[in-house]
Write a protein that binds this ligand. Structure first.
Ligand code: PLP
Length: 404
């Protein structure tokens, strides 16, 4: 395999030469893609089992999304929110309907949606709940990943993400994930929100114990606290439903969305909530030059329409069963544990065998791309257009890697 690498080594070196080293990518250089498959600069093909951390739920270059993008590129790309454009209303109405909420606020990246959620929750706390000025507090979970801004890393429990980036933003209380008693204990009269991932993606696809999310919902209602669900990675079909919260019978007060909302074409994120929550914002208090731009709205409206059919959620649920059954068969054969839901899996590799990174490198050599996280864990999150045969192929390649 090494012999047919003609362009890859120098392309990897070139890519590193003039960039900050804030990532440690696998040494593969992709030049084109379609559906669930990627092709590198040397013409080798790989099955994508990461899907841009779930930004590519509909696969690479889904025809309807590409068509929507092309059509919009030929007409209007940016106005800023200083003016209204003709793609804005449909997007907001259809996304709000998908979420079952009154309003949405579009931004670009996931971190911006999280920042928006934090600002809205604080303002709601002061203006609606009556929290003492300057004292608003948000309860968050250990092992969280909500993005990379200075405020968000302030409440990260991952030292790599947090160390040396202080001084840190106050106003957050961290409790163990999945521990309802600890969460209840942390809530006081200044608590404006509980901010959680319904399944912790970066932590290794960690599913909380049954009853946890309904318990969080109950206590938030009882104590007049907003339940803010970060569904940026778990949402929009990944787990076999539109939202991971839905599978627990829970409706949060605020959804934070991103990644797949942009169809793998443009960064699109959004906050969705009812008018009593998102209505606290007035002109000038929040925004973004690119948030809700015409190109983003055109692509994201098509994403919402794809999701409104339910087809992708169904595929994820059905094919997820097959993926998880295959992976469970490897427990005791190199895997220590498998977690997840739908087409989303966190696998703990026996650390005596190899690290997660090493496993991903060996999978890459076998034509499957996945990403490690936290030592011996790998995540699988293939595009939801993946087929049964391709899932079996990925599991077979993993089995071969684990068998050495
Ligand atoms: C749950 C969650 N929230 C927020 C983010 C941040 O999104 P972005 O990288 O688009 O800022 C991520 C990214 O991985 C995420 O998984």
């Amino acid at each position: 395999m090494i012999d047919d690498m003609v362009r890859t080594p120098s392309a990897v070196r070139d890519a590193e030469r003039h960039t900050a080293h804030n990532y440690h990518p696998l040494p593969v250089v992709i030049s084109s893609a379609e559906g669930a498959w990627l092709t590198d600069v040397d013409g080798r093909r790989y099955l994508d089992c990461l899907a841009g951390y779930s930004a590519l739920n509909f696969g690479h270059r889904h025809p309807r999304l590409i068509e929507a993008a092309h059509a919009q590129l030929d007409r209007l790309t940016l106005t800023s929110r200083a003016f209204v454009h003709d793609r804005f209303a449909d997007f907001c109405r259809e996304l709000a309907a998908l979420c079952g909420k009154d309003l949405v606020l579009p931004m670009n990246t996931g971190a911006e949606a999280v920042e928006t959620g934090i600002k809205v929750a604080r303002k709601w706390g002061y203006q609606v709940k009556g929290v003492t000025p300057g004292r608003a507090n948000i309860v968050v979970a250990e092992g969280n990943f909500h993005g990379r801004t200075t405020t968000i890393v302030s409440f990260s429990t991952d030292e790599d993400a947090r160390a040396d980036f202080g001084p840190y933003t106050p106003g957050f209380t961290v409790v163990p994930y999945g521990d309802l008693a600890a969460l209840i204990e942390a809530i006081d009269e200044n608590t404006v929100a509980v901010l959680l991932e319904p399944i912790q993606g970066e932590q290794g696809v960690v599913v909380p114990p049954a009853g946890y999310l309904p318990g969080v919902r109950r206590v938030c209602t009882e104590r007049n606290v907003l339940f803010v669900a970060d569904e940026i990675q778990s949402g929009l079909g990944r787990t076999g439903a539109t939202f991971a919260c839905e599978q627990e019978g829970v409706e949060p007060d605020m959804y934070l969305l991103g990644k797949a909302l942009g169809g793998g074409i443009v960064p699109v994120s959004a906050v969705a909530a009812n008018a009593d929550v998102l209505g606290v914002l007035r002109p000038g208090q929040h925004g973004s030059t690119f948030g809700g731009n015409p190109l983003a709205c055109a692509v994201a409206t098509e994403v919402v329409r794809l999701l409104a059919t339910g087809e992708f959620q169904r595929r994820s649920a059905e094919l997820g069963e097959r993926l998880h059954a295959g992976l469970r068969g490897l427990v005791g054969k190199g895997l220590v544990a498998v977690r997840g839901r739908g087409l989303w899996a966190g696998l703990d590799i026996d650390p005596a065998l190899m690290s997660g990174r090493e496993a991903c490198e060996r999978l890459m050599e076998r034509g499957v791309l996945a990403k490690d996280t936290h030592g011996s864990t790998i995540r699988l999150a293939p595009p939801l257009v993946i087929t049964e045969e391709e899932i079996d192929h990925a599991v077979a390649q993993l089995a071969a890697v684990l068998a050495g």
